[in-house]
Design a protein around this ligand. Structure first.
Ligand code: NDP
Ligand code: MG
Length: 380
């Protein structure tokens, strides 16, 4: 029986990972980890009986410890706790369902210990892609994408020669504000940004989808995962999220992966790769679907994508600044301290302010993150 550890088990990806595990009953959950939601974590501990559970917040960890005294689950906390979860000896795979670049150290620790990663936590790959891919190569650990677009590409590449790829076509829904112009975006509220047309996800990535920052992060993610040049990646709006992404090969053939918008499918593909056990849920009905339409992304209005491409082209520590500034700006937007369009201004100004480092090591990445946060906090 395969044993996994799930970091971020109480979130959107985390709970859907546990849905897949529950559905098949042939994977053991060795460890669970969350930030502070100990009510749900306690339920998960009672259902999945992991040997270890990590809670970021010390006080919540103490409370959980006393609540689950009757179980055999050891409770740990803080970054040390997340790292203990990441290298759990009996787990062969770590699901990184945590949000934000706080996932860097646990992801690297797991790779160093030779564990495979089911990677949802894109912020980590965007900021530390050069370190992570190098580490995975060194230890032979696999990185299995969970993000639906990257899973789609990964599925299209199965059995193919990666050297014969000419382009990756990453699809985007366009988010809740597709068709809006700048003037309309000035007035949008948190509630509007949190209404994604096709996917139900955590708040941060839902805002990222509305700004198109998410698509920008996904371009950078794809570059690391599939070793292609930036110019080989095209973003295409496909409003109904039926085609999850496509690969064009040298001979002009295009392979696409289609399916109902349901994250359990890419999660399951990462957990069971290369097997495809039966998964309950909606199936595509092509007669009802009738048409699949495409649009070019409106990069003039939705600055998230061009800013990301600029950060990706600059490379070095700039993607870290892009990501950290976005994390902070989204946090401020969700707290209603700034408007929607301020997210773009904050990212742009933070990138301008930063002095680029060529090949940042882990400490330099973490320092760049802290400096970016401080710089934004002192101004907004
Ligand atoms: P959620 O906000 O729903 O969940 C985040 C999870 O991370 C929660 O379990 C949360 O715990 C945990 N967490 C947050 N901070 C910490 C911390 N300091 N220490 C330990 N755990 C922490 O996010 P999503 O599930 O939507 O997204 C997770 C990742 O997956 C993101 O990187 C996102 O971009 C990516 N992704 C998500 C998709 C989706 O469909 N949701 C699709 C593709 C990628 P708590 O509940 O206690 O706060
Ligand atoms: Mg995605």
């Amino acid at each position: 029986m395969k044993t996994i550890a799930v970091l971020g088990s109480t979130g959107s990806i985390g709970t859907q990972t546990l849905d897949v595990v529950r559905e098949h009953g042939d994977i053991r959950v060795g460890a669970l980890g969350a930030g502070s939601n100990i009510d749900l974590l306690e339920k998960q501990i009672r259902e999945f009986r992991p040997g270890l559970a990590a809670v970021w917040e010390e006080e919540k960890a103490r409370e959980l410890k006393s609540r689950v005294r009757d179980t055999n689950t050891k409770i740990v906390s803080g970054m040390d706790g997340l790292l203990e979860l990441a290298v759990l000896p009996e787990a062969e795979l770590l699901v990184t369902a945590i949000v934000g670049m706080i996932g860097i150290r646990p992801t690297m620790a797991a790779l160093e210990a030779g564990k495979d990663i089911a990677l949802a936590n894109k912020e980590t790959l965007v900021t530390a892609g050069h370190l992570i891919t190098e580490l995975a190569k060194k230890t032979g650990a696999g990185i299995l994408p969970v993000d639906s677009e990257h899973s789609a590409i990964f599925q299209c590449l199965h059995g193919e020669n990666p050297r014969e790829v000419s382009r990756l076509l990453i699809t985007a829904s366009g988010g809740p504000f597709r068709g809006y112009k700048r003037k309309q975006l000035e007035k949008v509220q948190v509630e509007d940004a949190l209404k994604h047309p096709n996917w139900s996800m955590g708040p941060k990535i839902t805002v990222d989808s509305a700004t198109l920052v998410n698509k920008g992060l996904e371009v950078m993610e794809a570059r690391w995962l599939f070793g292609v040049r930036l110019e080989q990646i095209q973003v295409l709006v496909q409003p109904r999220s039926v085609i999850h992404s496509m690969v064009e090969f040298r001979d002009g053939a295009v392979l696409a992966q289609l399916g109902a918008p349901d994250m359990r499918l890419p999660i399951q593909y990462a957990l069971y790769y290369p097997e495809r056990p039966y998964l309950t849920g909606e199936r595509l009905d092509f007669e009802k679907l009738a048409e699949i339409t495409f649009e070019r992304p409106d990069t003039e209005t939705f600055q998230g994508l061009p800013l990301a491409l600029k950060a990706a082209a600059a490379g070095g520590s700039v993607p870290t600044v892009f990501n950290a500034a976005n994390e902070k700006a989204v946090e401020l937007f969700l707290k209603r301290k700034i408007g929607f369009l301020d997210i773009y201004d904050i990212i742009g100004l933070a990138m301008e302010h930063h002095k680029r480092i060529e090949h940042p090591n882990l400490q330099q990445i973490l320092d760049t993150e802290a400096e970016t946060y401080d710089w934004i906090e002192s101004r907004w």
